[in-house]
Design a protein around this ligand. Sequence first.
Ligand code: SER
Length: 532
Amino acid sequence: MDLRQKYLEFFKERNHKIISGASLIPENDPSVLFTTAGMHPLVPYLLGQKHPSGNRLTDVQKCIRTGDIEEVGDSTHHTFFEMMGNWSLGDYFKEESIALSWEFLTSEKYLNLDKNRIAISVFAGDDDAPFDDESYNIWKKIFESEGLPIERIAKLPKKNNWWPPVGETGPCGPDTEIFYWSDNKKETPSSFNDDNDSWVEIWNNVFMEYNKEKDGSYSMLEQKNVDTGLGLERISAVLNGLDDNYLGKFFINLISKIEELSSLNYKEVDIEKKKSIRIIADHIKAAVMIIGDPKGIAPSNTDQGYVVRRLIRRAIRYGKQIGINKELWLEDIVKIVISDYKDVYEEVEKNQNFIILNFNKEQEKFEKTIEKGIEKIEKLKLDYDKELKDFNLDASTLFDLYQSYGFPLELSFEEINRIRVENGGEDIPEDLKYNCLKEFDSELKKHQEMSRTASAGKFKGGLSDDSEETVKLHTTAHLLLAALRKVLGQHVEQKGSNINSERLRFDFSHSEKMTKEEIKEVEDLVNETISK
Ligand code: SER
């Protein structure tokens, strides 16, 4: 039986209602771009609103986490993943939640995992909330009755064992995490060690009994909730005795295709190449899921669209690094994602034309960007007045390539090295590169100072949408800030902005709601300046 189905059935038999997972794009929540966890769409119910399906729920939620996009490439972290979850909205609490998880994982009828490879962590307590001794004692009882070492139950701080609110405020609480020893060659250690990657976190049971307030303090929630999340890709790998999720069924078809396109063997390549292959698979899958979501998002320079653009462009860059040179090769992998997921998420099949079209458009666009950048570097090479084996570009030229052409910095260095090596030199020395990066960074900061808008922050990827409309609205953002300061006072600070060719959004600080008169005054000032 499909693992998702098995999970849902288990909880259904234990009086949970199966609900459908939500879109990857959160409903009415400007604080985050994507649905990052199963609890995310359930926040109002965790805060006490009645859920139409009752107070014991279960589902499978597709999630996107972009926080550590740079860290993708290890064997267990993914941008897109699926989370199986069960919830108690003010119904059962720690005892039953832990018992349910333990039964599902270890009973013969369900996953039948080796109990001797399981470890636990619980919240150790701090100034905000006490040690979660209740969870600790529940686990201790289970471990004692099973004859397992108590040292495999660790007490860890907030950084490990506290689930934070989705935005700045909201429901949160201590959690207890369940780990599985994934190394088939080494005996399970007798104690848990957070630093050892062979302990893979598979399930997180959060006990949401707190609310984080605006002033940073924690108050008790009236309703005590349970929110659990069992990562599908990880548990599936564990069940198949794999220590690498990319060898499991949710990735292996993608990996095979990348092997074919690059003529590499995933299992045999060095760790750097392995990482590149993983990143390509991870990023393409995530972008397919976002573009193919019922709320379909195309690559762009703002919000979710910008993330899609970054994912696709990173995949292309890593593809180049491992020698993939087939034209529009992303499409080959995209089609596999669609066929792997169409039975579970029918939207990816329904939207397949839209997905493929956007991938191809983006790839063509980015390839052109790269071509233009390389042409520019070739010109600079001709003007270079020292020996080409020492070829180098100063930080402001690199910045110009990045800012005006959208040419990624890493590619500039690759081109520089290529030219040096072709002319009998060696790769650019690390210290020179380091200095250059530092200067580049300060150029970037200077530029950001000059155009203090959040969208300029996003433009720093050098992907600026330089359509006339966008440029106009960007200028308007400056006029708007000046006008707001004139009307409301010099305390007004820009807190962010978001610009695309259709509209300008501008966030700023002011202690009161603006009156109609003030709004009109600001509008008039901006319009006057424009007509001048
Ligand atoms: N919110 C927790 C997590 O995402 C448990 O579901 O890990």
